[in-house]
Design a protein around this ligand. Sequence first.
Ligand code: CP
Length: 379
Amino acid sequence: MTELVRPQTPGEAPEAMAERPSGRRASQGGTVIDRTSLAGRDYIETADWSVSEIDEALAVAAELKDRFRRGDPHRLLPDKTLFMLFLDKSTRTRNAFEAGMTQLGGHAHYLDAEKTQAAHGESPKDMGIILASYGHGIAIRHDLIPYEGNAYLREVARWAGVPVINLQCDVDHPTQTLADLMTLRELRGGNLRGMRIAVSWAYAPSYAKPLSVPQGLATLLPRFGLDVVIAHPPGFDLMPETRAKAEEAARQGGGSVTYTQDMDEAFSGADVVYPKSWGRLDAFSGESEALAESAAYRDWICDARRMSLAAPEALYMHCLPADRGNEVTDEVIDGPQSVVYQEAENRLHTGKAILALTMADAPERGRPEHAEGWEATSP
Ligand code: CP
């Protein structure tokens, strides 16, 4: 990954970076890290990476965005293979990572879980060991069953000898929230300390959406000093484990996480609003009943009146897909404060940064010492 092993200081142009000989740089937090130290790492929750490592990923994403826009080839992963297993639908994530691997000089296999033996119950251990023996990275979306997806990814990672990347699980959506943080920095500068973001539940009749985006924002942004206000109707609480992690993130990063059951209160004075639907934790097994009950909160919509409660220049964010007319009005999502397409574009650049940092020049993880049964599946 020689092209990424270049130093930079914040604000320095990518061209200048190429002239420096060393592989070390100072992150925004002032901690010096070596980019190659991320080779071979999993990316399952943002909490698994330090603030300096996340800063580094964002710096690489900015470089790759610049190079993509200039048409400058950046084949940092030549001949490498990523296996992408999706247990849920996707527009942005699948295409950002598939296109991203092509642009990095490698290839991504799209694995529809229903068309693999995962549908017949093949174990994450067997799949992890075997796919790792065919390629260089495994990426998984497993987001629709609370308390299953994250555990599944971590089990694959325990056995696979290659990086495992979370393309959204029940707990976190770390490639989305990284793109959101990149978007905020592009629009509001590198220091987001003291900025107030309202992450609110919003009504959507389409399906019980995972909790991973609000949970991912609550556990990431306070580490960068933001004040996160989570708003939701009664019963739509985040997972207790996530609430504890968010409190710890706020303690470490100097931000805060607070909760309210009043969408207007959350919006009042907010610098950023991020209203989106998520399912009640007990909704994922009996979806139609829970969806019907959520209709009692149909008025939890982001409209022009609610936007007027926020700060005058407040940003409107959404990971997409949005339920237009339910979560948000067309007037708001198509309006001047909306940055949803910039967020979506940044999925590509941040995704490529994670791929390049974790998969390029990854040291052989080798055979996990605890991988009983490895010999039986290895030549
Ligand atoms: N935001 C997001 O993850 O979009 P997709 O579900 O389309 O991948």
